[in-house]
Design a protein around this ligand. Structure first.
Ligand code: GMT
Length: 379
């Protein structure tokens, strides 16, 4: 198939999923065309069968708000025509599904069919989509999509309930390439690489996000401070965003900044995750929690919050521990108990990798997307 993919190309889960999906589709022999305002950040021309089309947005002085969604619709229609796309797959409903709807109509007027799939990721439904100014048009574009998928059952239920959408929504979960996200088999090599962050024997905690308020990054620092009092440890923070400075201030105020490694945005998180003992994900909301899945594939269990779709990913007590939002004391206690109980932690590490492989590996999830596309095209 020839597939057009649109996503937010910056640091964020939906862009990561869209990019990884494109890479997997291309390696399975499909032709993939990314259409976006800049090149998705995990896409580095590393694969054949992948093309990138930039969406130029002209900034005429009259436009106080340059209309990206219209420029995107035009580019989608052009790329679909020039490269004979079979379908478009847009990630994150706003405004991508609306642009795809327009592109479909533009091509229909020229006698060409261009079905589109919308994948719902999270804040497009739970936050932005519920804003009154976006809700009606988002609901319309979801309703009018040729196919809709959601990355968790939670998000599907939420969309049906909150948006009054009446159509079918297929659940196709987030996935991970278990060969790229893997643990380090050679323990001595792992110990050696951990020395970059921690002296021998000291545990490493890790957090990975876009540092938006919904991620509660300062809770990560609070949990770490409590853990570090009982079990001297190190914390790796991967990512950047609005709450980074608040986290840095807190680290200084608590006198633990020398133990916290702020790495900023990193491209090869698959090389960092396997070095950690535990992932901390204390989010206010998470419709799936891709970062926790990436950690699980690297044999790293997660201390997380029981919100949204997280319980669909993490089995409490088996592949991680789940707590109430903001309950940093309990999260820290859970982490300390695990770090002091090597057999239990080892069991959880094994279970995490096993779960990632058995339920969320790209080899299992990719065929679901392909079947979904084929069923649309056969209609
Ligand atoms: O708001 C964000 O956290 C970013 C957002 C995105 O769309 O980039 O992430 C959402 O999509 C991810 C990939 O499907 C999910 O794993 C995240 O759980 C989800 N984030 C939230 O629901 C907050």
């Amino acid at each position: 198939m020839r597939i057009g993919i649109t996503c937010y190309p910056t640091y964020g889960g939906s862009g990561v999923v869209a990019t990884e999906l494109g890479i997997e589709l291309a390696s399975a022999g499909h032709e993939v065309h990314f259409i976006s305002y800049s090149q998705p950040f995990r896409l580095n021309g590393r694969d054949t069968g992948i093309y990138y089309h930039e969406v130029p947005v002209s900034n005429y002085p009259l436009f106080e708000f340059p209309p990206y969604d219209l420029a995107l619709a035009s580019r989608m229609a052009e790329v679909a025509e020039f490269y004979e796309l079979d379908l478009l797959h847009v990630h994150y409903a706003i405004p991508h599904s609306v642009s795809a709807l327009l592109a479909r109509q533009m091509l229909a007027a020229r006698g060409r069919r261009l079905p589109f799939v919308t994948t719902l990721h999270g804040t497009d439904i739970t936050l932005v989509g519920l804003d009154r100014s976006y809700l009606p048009i988002t609901r319309y574009a979801i309703q009018e999509s040729d196919g809709v998928t959601s990355i968790s059952q939670y998000l599907k239920d939420k969309t049906l309930a909150d948006f009054g959408v009446t159509r079918d929504i297929a659940v196709v979960t987030n996935f991970v390439n278990c060969n790229v996200y893997d643990f380090i088999r050679d323990e001595a090599a792992r110990d050696e690489r951990r020395l970059r962050f921690a002296p021998p024997g000291e545990p490493i905690l890790i957090h990975l996000s876009n540092f938006r308020p919904v991620k509660r990054v300062t809770d990560v620092v609070k949990v770490f401070a409590r853990v570090n009092k009982e079990v001297p440890a190190q914390l790796i923070l991967v990512g950047d965003g609005p709450d980074r400075s608040a986290a840095e201030w807190l680290a200084h105020d608590l006198g633990i900044h020398s133990r916290i490694h702020f790495l900023g945005k990193q491209e090869r998180v698959n090389e960092l995750l396997p070095l950690a003992d535990l992932m901390i994900m204390p989010s206010e909301m998470e419709s799936f929690g891709l970062a926790a899945l990436e950690a699980m594939a690297c044999k790293v269990p997660t201390i997380a919050t029981r919100v949204g779709g997280v319980p669909e990913l993490i089995d409490d007590g088996i592949t991680g521990l789940l707590f109430k939002v903001g309950d940093v004391d309990s999260m820290a206690r859970g982490a300390i108990e695990l770090l002091r109980d090597t057999p239990r932690l080892t069991e959880m590490r094994e279970a995490s990798r096993r779960t990632a492989q058995k339920r969320f590996c790209s080899t299992l999830v990719l065929p679901k997307y392909v079947e979904f596309y084929q069923s649309l095209l056969a209609r």
